[in-house]
Ligand binder design. Sequence first.
Ligand code: ZN
Ligand code: MN
Length: 160
Amino acid sequence: MSQVGSTMPVQQRSSDEVLREALEANGQRFTGQRAAVYRFLSSTDRHPTADEVFLAVRGQEPVISLATVYNTLETLVGCGLAVKLGYADGSARYDGRTDDHHHARCLDCSRIFDLPDPHVPGEVASLSRGLSGFRVTGYRLELTGQCEACVAPSARAEPL
Ligand code: ZN
Ligand code: MN
């Protein structure tokens, strides 16, 4: 993942600076509403939906609309500042982390967790063996199950 125009790590620059630079490099304008969306997204590891981002930034940007939040999130994805995670039910979540990493998704509460280990097991890389004519350019690895909070109630309900 290449950073736009600077060798300085992102953490040492303010999210506003990072955003301004990326927007201008993509011919887009820096606005206070876009800044609020990016500030929130880059400060959370919760992989929010557009609705959740809207609810979170409405406090600082009272006139912001859900459509603006949605369009801003798509702009951030286009600028390489966010990743969109789409799901089979048509829902989408946004990730302010753009480095290579994988996710675990809770099937009960839909929370998404970052996996600490970015490495791919060798077996995944060899899955395309025997598939002729298909040029593999990427893959998506997702663990599914129940998160700690969702496992706990059923564990308590189980008889001793
Ligand atoms: Zn859960
Ligand atoms: Mn993530």
